[in-house]
Design a protein around this ligand. Structure first.
Ligand code: FES
Length: 102
């Protein structure tokens, strides 16, 4: 059953950045876009490439292999060849710590 587990300090996640994180058996991408912390799957839905090796473009992560882009806040896929969104995980911040539900 999913539960919130501590992931990292809020202060360790810079505005406009993403950070790969392996937690609870999941490979995630944590991000902070316009002050909002989000967590999505860190594996591309096209050919399972590690999106942690990609880069941030505004509010999106760009896959390093075939350049599909995903919205870091929602997981929505923005362009082919990927067609499936990234799974999104619930997050909360308490006492300066980011928790993610895995
Ligand atoms: S593996 Fe990511 S777009 Fe192909």
């Amino acid at each position: 059953m999913p539960q919130f587990v501590p992931a990292l300090k809020d202060s360790d996640l810079e505005e406009g950045s993403m950070r790969p994180l392996d937690i609870g058996g999941e490979h995630l991408l944590m991000s902070k876009i316009e002050g909002v912390v989000s967590a999505v799957s860190g594996t591309c839905t096209h050919e399972e490439t590690d999106l942690g090796l990609g880069f941030v473009l505004e509010e999106r992560v760009v896959c390093p292999l075939h350049l599909s882009q995903f919205d870091l806040r929602t997981g929505e896929v923005m362009n082919p060849p990927a067609t499936e969104p990234l799974r999104r995980f619930n997050v909360k911040i308490e006492g300066g710590t980011i928790f993610v539900e895995v």
